[in-house]
Unconditional design. Structure first.
Ligand code: HPA
Length: 271
């Protein structure tokens, strides 16, 4: 299935009060920020032509457009994953739509399994590089619009935005590690042998999203910043299992920290 980007962008754009500077994609358990934007306008994915209707939790997702500390942002709560059976061009359609709306910066968030020592549930990791283990590229196929055919990926995540994030975290006295995110196809979690392999390859955290979006964003020339919220130790490395309530509580606390961090970055980033 292909999404008509111009039609989708027209439908979203029509509902927006002003041109957003930034797309913020909220991963699982991180939708709190969408509740706290000023002058919010909501666009459910169902209202966007070409977007599939049902996502991982049985609801597709929504856009919330508004302002964070005065700056016009487009928040995307929910995303399409390849493991749901979506074609890659559906997975990355929201990035292309955001670019068509004039967004210059993309902030991606996700929930991920911690591999590196010290990346425990509740930690936030600034993604400074990634490994694509989804066995396909979101860019494969006919060239789309003005995208580069062979985008440079020597610096997929914007160095200045990373530095600003570290600075904001320091000021908030919030621990923020940085590391490499490995994207796997999923949807099963990793076996212990796979986790050992990922560690050997240099991955600090593992998840099932973000890399296709970051790749297309780079092909479009957008600045990318990305964070993982560590929701669990990657398969077979967790020791004692946490109970579910504990996991939720950890997620909520980490979500609050990540929200403060993102607010700080959005307030101070260059346009
Ligand atoms: N593995 C893959 N994806 C994930 C994980 C994990 O452990 N946790 C959250 N998303």
């Amino acid at each position: 299935m292909t999404v008509d980007i111009a039609a989708a962008a027209a439908a979203v754009g029509e509902a927006l009060p002003d041109r957003p500077e930034l797309l913020l994609v909220l991963g699982s358990g991180l939708s709190g920020l969408a509740e706290r934007v000023e002058a919010a306008v909501e666009v459910p994915f169902e209202a966007v032509p070409g977007y599939p209707s049902v996502g991982v939790a049985g609801h597709a997702g929504r856009y919330v457009a508004g302002r964070i500390e005065g700056r016009p942002v487009l928040i995307q709560a929910g995303r399409f994953h390849a493991y749901e059976g979506h074609d890659m061009d559906v997975v990355v359609a929201p990035i292309r739509v955001a670019a068509a709306l004039g967004v210059g910066t993309v902030i991606l968030t996700n929930a991920a399994g911690g591999i590196a020592r010290g990346l425990e549930p509740g930690c936030i990791m600034l993604i400074d590089d990634h490994i694509n283990l989804q066995w396909r590229s979101a860019l494969a196929g006919p060239l789309v619009g003005d995208e580069q055919r062979f985008p440079d990926m020597s610096e997929p995540y914007d160095r200045r935005l990373q530095a600003l994030s570290m600075q904001v975290a320091l000021e908030l006295q919030m621990p923020l590690s940085r590391g490499t995110y490995a994207a796997v196809a999923g949807p099963s979690f990793e076996t212990p042998a796979e986790v050992r392999m990922l560690e050997f390859l240099g991955a600090d955290a593992v998840g099932m999203s973000t890399v296709p979006e970051a790749t297309v964003a780079r092909a479009l020339g957008l600045r990318v910043l990305a964070f993982s919220m560590i929701s669990n130790r990657a398969g077979g490395m967790g020791g004692d299992d946490l109970d579910h309530a504990e996991v939720l509580e950890i997620g909520e606390r980490a979500g609050v920290g990540l929200e403060a961090l993102i607010r700080g970055v959005v307030t101070r980033m260059e346009p």
